[in-house]
Ligand binder design. Structure first.
Ligand code: ASP
Length: 432
């Protein structure tokens, strides 16, 4: 009998308790003279590192095993085309949802710039982000392209450059499928073993999920109280309504009518990955748990999961794309700048392009928003209005990013005729 998966209630409780505790304790709380914030910071980082530790070997072995089994160019091309079509399609859908709500709610119109309580960033903060875009400015796509084919694969592995690793592993897996069968099966067996071992390591790390989540969330709430959201309440509301519409209506409709699966089952299957994304604000760090949930809990084959999920974590950021579009429009509204139809179109396009270049790490979208503001010619210091609340919104958009990748895996698997995906048997395995 297979082992039952546990329900992630412990993690939900950890999130709520951490939010209450963090807000109550504040940043200056101490225990036996030691700063509680530092304690949570260290423990949270240890948990994050443990997750990051697994990413490279897990992704590499997963892709190599999946592709080596495929071994057919046309099959690979077909899966790749479906994956890209889904990613572009859902990111555009997310951006248009954001654009609709930002035009409807108009959070920036009437925003009181003279209100001293608003969360303005210090000029240092804006300058620090500005410095980061020096390497991104107008180059987001060029940088992505350059990363795809790395100069040195060991260097790419060492630095965790996912696009380069994915590209190399695709080629390597493909090559394995083409060599003599006796040698090929040795290599396939080896990488299959690495993959299974890394999944077991992920399970061990997941046992600490509630504690890791508690530390990370408590840390956020110690510095960013919910009160700070009130000064940009309408902006926050617009982002949350947009993300919520995409997450709870847009994607479930696709699952139901295109994938012909029950969306609620998919939410249940992905719950551990979603809470991890929410508390880490990093889709990259969440990747091991996303792969585990998509394969073991949603029942998508390794052949499809290994291609779709790592690629999605690198280039499909639907939640971030929505956020970037709303943020740019909000700043234009705050400064009373008329946004023509053509400029809105440009913002949509820029949100799509920069979201592809955004890394799966915390606050990466802030850099992308600055790039958009620069290209459109909007005041860059406007980003200061929401820097202070970015982390809380980042938690939400990262959750959406991860769920969107997993939906793509389900839809591609269903289009390939995989019948077991989110089937009653698979779900009852962790529902009981
Ligand atoms: N934190 C997001 C992620 O990891 C990226 C962003 O800042 O939007 O998916």
């Amino acid at each position: 009998m297979r082992k039952k998966h546990k329900r992630p209630w412990g993690v939900f409780v950890a999130i709520v308790l951490a939010a209450i505790f963090g807000t109550w304790a504040g940043k200056d709380a101490t225990i036996f003279g030691i700063s509680l914030y530092s304690v949570f910071d260290v423990l949270g980082t240890v948990f994050l590192n443990a997750l990051r530790l697994v990413v490279v070997p897990l992704v590499a072995s997963s892709i190599i095993t999946g592709i080596a089994r495929m071994g057919n160019e046309s099959e690979f091309g077909r899966l790749g085309a479906k994956t890209f079509a889904f990613y572009i399609g859902t990111s555009l859908l997310a951006i248009f949802i954001g654009l609709f709500f930002v035009n409807l709610i108009q959070p920036g119109v009437g925003f009181n710039m003279a209100d001293g309580s608003r969360p303005m960033a210090t000029s240092d903060q804006v300058a620090a982000i500005g410095a980061k875009i020096a390497s991104h400015d107008g180059q987001a796509i060029v940088n992505v392209l350059l990363q795809i084919v790395p100069l040195n694969i060991i260097d790419a592995f060492g630095k965790g450059q996912m696009l380069g690793i994915i590209f190399f592993c695709l080629l390597f897996g493909f090559a394995i499928s083409k060599i003599e069968s006796s040698t090929s099966s040795i290599l396939q067996g080896f990488f299959q073993g690495v993959f299974q071992a890394m999944i077991r390591v992920t399970h061990v790390i997941m046992r600490f999920l509630p504690y890791g989540v508690f530390c990370l969330i408590a840390k956020v709430f110690m510095t960013t109280g919910l009160g700070s959201l009130s000064s940009v309440a309408l902006f926050t509301l617009t982002v949350l309504i947009g993300l919520g519409t995409f997450l709870f209506i847009g994607l479930p409709l696709l699952l139901k009518f295109v994938g012909r699966v029950k969306p609620i089952r998919h939410f249940k299957a992905m719950a551990p990955a979603l809470v991890t994304a929410f508390s880490t604000s990093s889709s990259s760090a969440t990747l091991p748990i996303t792969i585990d949930c998509v394969e073991k809990r949603a029942g998508v084959s390794n052949r499809i999961c290994s291609l779709v999920v790592p690629l999605g974590t690198s280039i499909n950021m639907s939640g971030s794309a929505l956020y970037e579009c709303v943020a740019a429009m909000f700043i234009a509204q705050v400064y009373g700048i008329e946004i023509s139809f053509v400029t809105q179109f440009l913002i949509v396009l820029m949100s799509l392009v920069t979201s592809i270049g955004v890394a799966g790490i915390p606050s990466a979208s802030l850099v992308a928003v600055l790039v958009i503001l620069k290209v459109i010619g909007l005041p860059e210091e406007g980003i200061g209005f929401f820097i202070a609340v970015d982390r809380l919104l980042d938690m939400c958009r990262t959750t959406v990013n991860v769920f969107s990748d997993s939906c793509c895996a389900v839809l591609v698997a269903r289009s390939e005729g995989e019948k077991g995906v989110l089937s009653k048997e698979i779900v009852s395995d962790f529902d009981a």
